[in-house]
Design a protein around this ligand. Structure first.
Ligand code: C2E
Ligand code: CA
Ligand code: CA
Ligand code: CA
Length: 275
């Protein structure tokens, strides 16, 4: 039995170290991706379903590694854990702002939405540095909005609330992402200076099953609070029709366009789309 126990421990140790090796190699790969500027901004449009105009673009992180596209959720979380998120994000945003200037030559009123980890709100002088970055590209500060997914961080850290207030003071829009999932609450919504809610894709999917209760409730609430709305993850004509019937105008999803790189985005903006 003693022998067996020792063997078991040995196997366990090997597995542990295999997991640790794997983690370490992921970390190294991510560090070198950031050092080599391999993580790029892609863009997905938000369309006004009433006028057919493209109102804004959302920046989405993409890491293309040996021909594979690594989804952002995996490496963003790792980047947060190893303290690399700020560097990664700023590098990507610099590229995105250059692209965005080119897009605005075609569509001068276009806006840019940028996803932010709540942790970044704790960086020293975050709001002022973002303002300088935007203005440094000759762009109006209010042409950029920040999107934050609700997380416990927002409640726990008073400094996060201070940064949000500073961003609003500068004219930078604040979108509450994935609204309706996780930590959402009325109290939270009233306490923080968001100007736009993004209706989560899970609520849009309910429309397909004939259930529009939640989409309607969120719409009425946003109207009452004077908040703008974007419905995300809209894939079908039917989903779009139902959203419009409720009153939603700003729509984002595969129905209109998938995320694309800057070159494809520029070409897409130059084309005429009939929908
Ligand atoms: P998100 O901000 O909710 O972004 C929307 C996600 O839904 C994107 O996934 C987009 O590609 C996908 N999507 C858009 N339209 C449709 C649709 O019609 N159907 C379906 N099934 N999916 C659709 P993606 O690009 O994989 O990004 C996942 C998440 O990663 C984002 O969710 C965002 O939370 C996070 N993320 C992306 N870029 C960044 C970043 O630069 N910083 C931070 N902190 N997070 C980021
Ligand atoms: Ca988002
Ligand atoms: Ca979302
Ligand atoms: Ca999401």
């Amino acid at each position: 039995a003693k022998q067996q126990g020792r063997d078991g421990l040995c196997v366990y140790r090997q597995e542990m170290s295999a997991a640790a090796d794997e983690r370490l190699s992921q970390e190294q790969a991510l560090r070198s991706a950031v050092a080599n500027d391999e993580i790029r901004p892609w863009f997905q449009p938000v369309v006004d379903a009433v006028t057919g105009q493209v109102v804004s673009l959302e920046m989405l992180a993409r890491w293309s590694l040996n021909g594979h596209m690594i989804p952002p959720l995996t490496f963003i979380q790792l980047a947060e854990e190893i303290g690399l998120i700020g560097t990664l994000w700023e590098q990507m945003l610099r590229r995105a702002l250059v692209d965005f200037c080119a897009f605005r030559l075609l569509q001068p009123a276009l806006k840019l939405q940028v996803n932010l980890s709540a942790l970044q709100l704790l960086e020293v002088n975050f709001a002022a540095r973002l303002q300088a970055l935007i203005a440094g590209h000759g762009l109006p500060v209010d042409s950029v909005s920040i999107e934050i997914t609700e997380s416990a961080t927002l409640d726990e850290l008073p400094l996060a609330g201070q940064t949000l207030a500073e961003l609003v003071g500068l004219g930078i829009g604040l979108h509450l992402d994935d609204f309706g999932t996780g930590y959402s609450s009325m109290a939270r919504l009233c306490a923080l200076p968001f100007d736009t809610l993004k209706l989560d894709r899970s609520f849009v999917q309910l429309l397909g099953a004939g259930d529009d209760t939640l989409a309607r409730t969120v719409y009425d609430m946003a109207q009452g609070m004077g908040l703008a709305l974007i419905a995300e993850g809209v894939e079908t004509v039917e989903e779009c029709r139902q959203l419009r019937a409720i009153g939603y105008r700003q729509i984002q999803g595969y129905l209109f366009a998938r995320p694309m790189d800057g070159v494809a985005m520029l070409a897409w903006l130059g084309e005429t789309h009939d929908w």
